[in-house]
Design a protein around this ligand. Sequence first.
Ligand SMILES: [Cu+2]
Length: 492
Amino acid sequence: MSSRRTFLRNFLAGAGIFASAKVLSAQDMQLSQGMGGTQMKRKGQSEASVQGHDIPVPVQTPDAPDLPFRLDGNIKEFHLIAEPVKQEIVLGRVVDLWGYNGSAPGPTIQITKGDRVRIIVDNHLPEATSMHWHGFEVPNDMDGSPGSSQDPIAPGGRFVYEFTLNQEGTYFYHAHMAMQEMIGMIGAFIMHPKEPHKPRVDKDFVILMQEYAILPNISVPNSMNMEFNWLTFNGKSGPATTPLIVRHGERVRIRLINLGMDHHPIHLHGHQFVITGTEGGRQPESTWGPGNTVLVGVAQSRDVEFVANNPGDWMLHCHLPHHMMNQMSSNVGPMSRRMGIPAGEGMEQGMGILRGGSPTSDENGPSLGRGLGVGSTAEQAISNSPLKAGSAMQHQDMPGMQMPAPDVSKNANSVPGFPQDAFMEGPMMAMDEMVDKPENYGLRPGWSGFTAGMMTFVRVLPPDKYDHIMNLQQKQKGKKTDAKHAWDGAQP
Ligand SMILES: [Cu+2]
């Protein structure tokens, strides 16, 4: 089943949970949405070009849900619940974030230009919040600016937003409380044009970038910290990010959204793209020029488009080196080559706080600014990776984790600067099996050892492999029930 039909099915399943007279039948809904759901796809046809309907392909937000709506007359009604969420950003690392409807980032909202929308926002947080519609041309009292355009939404409170949208492009919603933004409270809001832009795309993806500072052994991000050690695409860090699956030859749009403290230069391997849109909407074609890296600044969005004409598994990642790491570790410099912080010590010793001397001294200088990483955990006997090569296999018996033989030269310890990318004095640890999912099928063995932070793949696949992954996806979706946080029609 095509992804678009899968989307529709899930979309309708979500909307159909409640049996209200206002809810249209599945068929009505498809037609009202203009998604041509009753038209059958002809064999060999592009997934986006269903005969008789020239309508945009819905976006996919890998690893984040879509928000269903219900129709009240001609108003599309959405329901967002601001609430604390448990989010597994990589396997085994569950953190406490705040988001919407059980997810951080919140679910993706999709509407069509000209739609009248109503968004019910319930605040299930322990403090006041506000909901801002970033870049929306709406009446001032619908803008969600706390204090100036409305009162903040009290804990347990509700605010109902309603407006008509005459824009198109990649927008987003977020809490307009600075610290709440930094603990996850943002979601994508896609405004589709009535007719697809030309040239039309076959696949349309959303990637939302966030960053967190989370000390080892703690599950709550420190939103005041300005040094981040967890960097996510749609709430996941590599290798837990889900690759974007495209068929060889398709035209692809990727909508990149950034709301954090850093700008992210997003780089695609193997292709040139053009920037076709910003947080202000579509850019005229006369502005398009080739590139392969786009800087997505804070509070900006960028749409890029390309023809996936080069088969293979291509990396798509932020090119800031520290944003391609998880639990950033201080494995650089002389500090890592001698005995570090002992396990079981108190806060001052264990967290690497200086015990004497000037911070820029020969002794302390090299470790400055790297207080968050593996080096500051009490789980390791020593600060970084001063293990002997002979003991590099210590994780080999962890299920699903592959630890290849040490791959460093005999004189590694005497080379200034070593180690940089060697982990535990050996090659990267892979965990392919632990992050196994349909979209990862057929990736080169060991790939996960080199995937972290803001990294994912654009997999440009030949038809047989593409179809195989679509089938695997379908089987998996049959098993999954993730309606727990879906809009349930609850009334106050
Ligand atoms: Cu970055």
